[in-house]
Design a protein. Sequence first.
Length: 141
Amino acid sequence: MNIDSITNGIVLDHITAGKSMQIYQDLELDKLDCSVAIIKNVKSNKRGRKDIIKIDQDYSINLDVLGYIDPDITVSIIKDGETIEKKKVELPERLVNILICKNPRCITTTEQGIDHIFKLANRAKRTYRCIYCEEDQQTIS
């Protein structure tokens, strides 16, 4: 298999095997007018298997979405064929309009235009809590 290197763009590496399609959908990468390569089940010395996404264009990545889906992802910024910056994604302290509260009595369910805001309640269990109704929600495993 031959996947070309990119000159200017972004590489999402160390994605937990099987999560690349969810990232592709949640970041709406299908709407980009450039090449996007999804490489699944790549051999990894640390993890056994991993996924990689290469985006052949400068793109503003929502690090909160990445951190929520998989906090172990590495984001590499590529300029002129060289890696100029590497960012380690972490589990975000606060999520805005990434989750939707499941509580039918929450104000976000009954009122239009209110941001869905969750705060990290338990880092070890990866649990978030709605700031309005205090409903807990586990992250994606």
